[in-house]
Design a protein around this ligand. Structure first.
Ligand code: CIR
Length: 269
């Protein structure tokens, strides 16, 4: 299998990022860029080939590429982010994805942030948040249901996105902050709860069988390790000041077939 991570450089205007739940604090741009580069190195060490899109100088949050698209096996869905300025991030990502997947769009008045979409196998959970509205859920469902995905709404409260509250850390295992989403809505999964002293700790990036995880949450990391989940920690503290976490900074694409010259895998930007 070939696995790609699509990323985007940290914008020079990163300090003007959107903020919803955090106070604005000074962001060290150089440090943010170093952390982002280290994150890419970690992804590469976990087996991803990195394809980095160029910086968008006037789009402060463009590094958080996850919000611009949803990747399914058969198709990619270009989103329509809830914050209007972030919609300008989408076209360049959709152009890159068009090399490897058909790309569907989310039409107005729907809004959908990729951070609200948690795909687990053939199930897709969609957070109803300040960023993703009912029409956004319906638009994603209209694309994914005919492809055989089960698409369900998931409650989100007190945080930015569904994936602030819950992510997958192994097959059938979800890391969850039960204050921010309701575990009873996800029957059939095993849960690992975050340490209550680390409310932002539920965002982990599963790559193959390993989890890329922020260094800022050692207590929750300990819980993952105890459960036998292999973790690789990265320092993303400057990105976290912009309410970004580890899933936000990449779109992971997997190609199940060994690459041949004609494979889409060879045509990724
Ligand atoms: C925003 O508010 O849109 C950005 N400052 C943070 C986006 C983080 N994205 C994500 O969690 N998927």
């Amino acid at each position: 299998m070939r696995r790609f991570a699509l990323t985007r450089s940290v914008s020079g205007s990163f300090g003007r990022c959107e903020l919803t739940h955090l106070e604005r604090t000074a962001i060290d741009l150089e440090r943010a860029r170093q952390q982002h580069a280290a994150y890419e190195v970690c992804l590469a060490e976990l087996g991803c080939e990195i394809r980095r899109l160029p910086e968008e100088p006037d789009l402060p949050d463009a590094v958080f590429i996850e919000d611009t698209a949803v990747i399914l096996d058969e198709i990619a869905i270009a989103t329509r982010p809830g914050v209007p300025i972030r919609r300008d991030e989408v076209a360049s990502v959709a152009r890159a994805l068009a090399f490897v997947r058909p790309v569907a769009a989310i039409p107005a008045p729907a809004t959908l942030d990729g951070g609200d979409v948690l795909r687990v196998g053939r199930k897709i959970f969609v957070g109803r948040s300040d960023r993703t509205n009912r029409e956004g859920f319906a638009a994603l469902k209209a694309v994914a249901s005919p492809l055989g995905y089960e698409v369900r709404e998931a409650p989100v409260r007190g945080c930015l996105h569904l994936k602030s509250a819950m992510t997958a850390v192994a097959v059938g295992v979800l890391l969850i902050n039960p204050e921010w989403t309701d575990p009873t809505r996800f029957a059939g999964f095993e849960f690992i709860e975050i340490d209550p002293s680390e409310p932002f700790a539920a965002n982990a990036l599963l790559v193959g069988e390993s989890v890329l995880y922020p260094a800022a949450f050692p207590r929750t990391a300990e819980r993952l390790a105890k459960r036998g989940i292999p973790i690789r920690t990265v320092d993303v503290s400057e990105l976290a000041k912009a309410e970004g976490a580890v899933t936000c900074c990449s779109l992971i694409l997997e190609f199940p077939h060994p690459a041949r010259p004609s494979d889409p895998a060879n045509r990724v930007v």
